[in-house]
Every structure is written in C-alpha cells, then in structure tokens.
Write a protein that binds this ligand. Structure first.
Ligand SMILES: Nc1ncnc2c1ncn2[C@@H]1O[C@H](COP(=O)(O)OP(=O)(O)OP(=O)(O)O)[C@@H](O)[C@H]1O
Length: 259
C-alpha cells in the first residue's frame, strides 16, 4: 500500500487565500500502465507548487489532465471552483484562457518575429484589442522579461535563454491567473537557468499568479517553490517545503538529492 507522508509545517505563515486547484482521487491509465493511481493534492491561490518525480512518474500527464488535454478515468479536478473533468470543450477553453504555459521548448513560431509571435497569441485570446493596445501589451510583456530590444528578431536569432524569456512573455501577455512551467530551466546553463528562476520569482510577485512548476532542477525547486509534491507510483509520495523534502530520511526521497 502507498503511504503518503504529510510534512507538518507549524512555523509558516499562510501567504495564501484559499484553494484554487484541487485534484481529488484522480486515476489515469494507458492500457496496463497505471499512471495516476488516486492522486490528491491542492494548490492555494498565489502559491507556487513544484512537482518532482522521476521520469515517467506522471508529472506531464497530471498537468495535461488539469487543462483537459487528457481525460481522466475517474476523480475530480477542481479549477476556479469548477470540476473541469465535467466541462465540454467551450467550458475547457474558457478555463484555458486563464492559464499561461511555458513549454520546455518555448514553442515559438519560427517564421514569425518576436512581435508577431506575441501579437498572434493576443489576437487568439482577445479579438477586440486595437493595434495600438496590442503593441502596448507586447512592449509591456517584453519589458517584463528584459527583452524589448529583441522585438523584431526571429526565434533563430535568439539564444536558448532568450527563447525561454520570449516564451514567458507570450504566456504572461494574456495575464494568466495560473502559470504552468514545464522544465523552465531545462537545457540552460547554470547562469541562464538562475536568471529564469529569478524571473519566475518576480512573476509570482508582479502578476500574483498561482503556479505549477514541473522540474528536475533542484535549484529551481528550492527557489521557486512554496511547496513541493513528489510523485511516485501514481500517487503523491510526500509533500512539504523544499527543506522538509531535502531533510526527508526516506531513502527513495533522498535519491533526488544525490548526485
Ligand atoms: N498519450 C499517451 N499514451 C500512452 N502512454 C502515455 C501517454 N502520455 C503519457 N503516457 C505514459 O504515462 C507515463 C507518464 O508520462 P509523463 O509524460 O507524465 O511522465 P513525466 O513524469 O512527465 O516524465 P518526464 O520527467 O520524463 O517528462 C509514461 O509511462 C508515459 O509513457
């Protein structure tokens, strides 16, 4: 039987205003592969939750279920007070409109400049904006990631770190309430990774987002998490703050911290 260890934290002041996302007994299998095996966790408004887990432990599937890209077998996923497993495509789209994604690859359109990439997202999101309003949104988003000077560049002219920043600007331009970061520091050198980590911290403060961060990078987990959940065998094996997880004596949990 799976045991779930809840690490009590008696010293922390609650910096949150209620639950925004809740997974209740969520199951998802692909054939015989039981990926989510009764997963339970919640995320408070304004909280950054890091999901840790070995490769194939279901981190991406969890996030795909959250945005309705993958249908669960059973269970509930409450987002903004609604069970998204019961929503039709229109209902799901209106939830997705409030969620920003930073994909591992940044997923920019190569044939478009940075400006065009951002305008394209805005047009898809809000068809009523004037050109002047769109330009102002684009400039603001680029300023916030420190890349205004790249506005007329094509993705091929940008470094990996710059692409991540543009990916971030594109996610933020829709002013999301929830941000999902999939391996935000993946493939970056230590210094560039640290810049992205700092940016994620700034975004939390500036945009007051609630975030899910999937990462293997313990530095990112340390600096960007209010709380961490660790997935194993389709359930939440343990949860707590970074230092609680780091000090966990369970051999399997310790293996995350051994080089
Ligand atoms: N569409 C799919 N069809 C069949 N199996 C799938 C599908 N999507 C995911 N899986 C399986 O679900 C399991 C969990 O995959 P998932 O991508 O969530 O892992 P992960 O924890 O994000 O891994 P990584 O850290 O390597 O990205 C894997 O065994 C994977 O093969």
């Amino acid at each position: 039987m799976q045991t779930r260890e809840i690490i009590q934290d008696t010293h922390r002041e609650p910096a949150v205003e209620g639950v925004l996302i809740e997974f209740k007994d969520v199951y998802k299998s692909y054939g015989d592969n039981k990926v989510l095996n009764g997963i339970n966790f919640s995320i408070n408004k304004g909280e950054n939750l890091v999901i840790l887990g070995k490769s194939g432990s279901g981190k991406s599937v969890t996030v795909k279920c959250l945005v309705g890209l993958t249908k669960v077998d059973s269970g509930e996923i409450i987002v903004f007070g609604k069970d998204i497993t019961k929503l039709n495509e229109d209902g799901l789209n209106s939830v997705r409109m409030k969620i920003g994604f930073l994909f591992q690859s940044a997923a920019l359109y190569d044939s478009m400049t940075v400006r065009q990439n951002l305008v394209f997202t805005l047009q898809h999101h809000n068809k009523k904006l004037t050109e002047a309003q769109m330009e102002s949104y684009v400039m603001d988003a680029l300023k916030n990631v420190g890349l205004l000077e790249s506005i007329d560049k094509f993705p091929a002219e940008l470094s990996g770190g710059m692409k991540k920043r543009i990916g971030l600007a594109r996610a933020l331009i829709i002013q999301p309430e929830i941000m999902i970061y999939d391996e935000p520091t993946g493939g970056l050198d230590t210094i560039t990774a640290r810049e992205i980590i700092d940016l994620i911290s700034e975004i939390k403060i500036k945009y007051k987002t609630t975030s899910i961060i999937i990462t293997h990078d313990l530095t990112c987990a340390k600096y960007n998490s209010d709380r961490i959940i660790v997935l194993k065998d389709g359930v939440v094996k343990t949860e707590g703050r970074f230092r609680d997880i780091e000090n966990n004596t369970d051999e399997w949990v310790r293996s995350f911290f051994e080089k």
